[in-house]
Design a protein around this ligand. Sequence first.
Ligand SMILES: Cc1cc2nc3c(=O)[nH]c(=O)nc-3n(C[C@H](O)[C@H](O)[C@H](O)COP(=O)(O)OP(=O)(O)OC[C@H]3O[C@@H](n4cnc5c(N)ncnc54)[C@H](O)[C@@H]3O)c2cc1C
Length: 446
Amino acid sequence: MSVRKVLVVGGGITGSVLSLALAQRGVEVDLVEIAPAWSGVGHGITIQGNALKALRSVGVLDRILEHAVTFDLVRMRRADGELIAEIEAAHTGGADLPSTAGALRSDLQNALCEAVYAQGVTVHLGVSVQRLEQSADTTRVTFTDGTTGHYDLVVGADGTNSQMRSMIGIDARPKPVGMSIFRVVAARPPELDCSELYYGGPRYKAGYTPIAADQCYAFPITRFRTAATSALAADALSPAGPLRVGVIGSGFEAQNHVRALAALRELSSVTVFSPNPASRARFTERLADLGLPLGTAESAAAAVEGADLVLCAARSWDEQPTLREAPAGSTVASIGSALPEQRELGVEVLARADLIVADMVDEVAHDTGDLLAAEASGVDCSDKIVSLADVVSGRVAGRSGPDSLVVYKSVGSVVQELAVASMCAWRAGELSLGTTLPVTLSPVAK
Ligand SMILES: Cc1cc2nc3c(=O)[nH]c(=O)nc-3n(C[C@H](O)[C@H](O)[C@H](O)COP(=O)(O)OP(=O)(O)OC[C@H]3O[C@@H](n4cnc5c(N)ncnc54)[C@H](O)[C@@H]3O)c2cc1C
């Protein structure tokens, strides 16, 4: 069967480049983009050689390079600016193309949009697919605006949370790995002539990429926000006095949480459970510098027995809750189940809770496996779920008495990360800590 008419769903980089390539080969293309306005957001993007090759093949490269910056090097530095290595980047698109280009996403997307229209692709904005009906020689598509169309081929190019993928029965979803990134467009210092990466410790990275004659973008990557916000919640919701802490999970988040808690409250004991004894031992070794009484337990129940504060920080992908019972009067902080398919707290814990405090109320109530399981079991939590911001600001009361069970559930939000980053920068300045990097960034509005 020859392909004469194609529907492309999603007008990002993939959908746009594909639409162009098909239209250039004489295929009739309809493109539907759910956003009512079609343009790229303003931050920067690093385009590698192989992507430059694809952009050249559909005829948009010259237009993109009018504003972009090309370079063939990458520099790696320590946090104090000392050079670790300067590496020639591979020419993955071929020797006749630069290894890398930095550009504004909006410039890239605008160039693609203009080319897509110019090539005669029919674009429908603010529209998506409602239904697909496949027969032997065509697919009938019903769109969200009520119109229909018949296609030889339908392509889902609708990004990481693709609805098209679910529509054809693929239920794979992205899984967070605990890493986040911010980007800011800033004035480009003259000496910044290629991507530079700054490494501070084993997990933290920042960097800059030039994207125009006078602009660059910067990208810090951090992993502090969850522990910082949980410590704030635990402090606000736990009884006064030294805290006995039971920890389920022994990984990076669990360790970082204990450090953050110890910075805010006196901890009289910390007992960890993790299924692997070697992981438990590593947890106590890595926190030894805190000088706390650290212990290990053979089960989750034993770790939390008698605890004032229970920390659940074990990623649970097998849909088995890791905590089924919590001591009366305790505060339970649950940070390891942020997606519908993840479980951490048993329905019993949520049913018994007097108050559920959420960093993001809507996401916790409707998108986390624990709350979804409670709803499915007929446990209605809607009357007792409040936001952490309301508790911290005093708009809503927190713990009501020494015996009440309070649950704090976190899914995380970018605002927490920004708050933590700005506090770190402010404190570092106050204490004259840190190193001034050899570039100055002045954010610009885009
Ligand atoms: C913070 C960040 C930085 C990145 N930096 C780089 C980088 O420097 N270099 C690099 O090469 N890659 C980078 N990436 C990855 C890159 O952005 C993606 O690989 C790329 O955007 C994927 O393009 P796409 O068209 O497949 O999906 P998307 O860009 O997600 O586009 C999907 C499009 O489909 C639309 N859509 C969604 N649902 C529907 C629907 N139901 N119906 C119709 N339309 C729909 C969306 O509105 C969107 O326009 C970065 C990603 C992130 C998140």
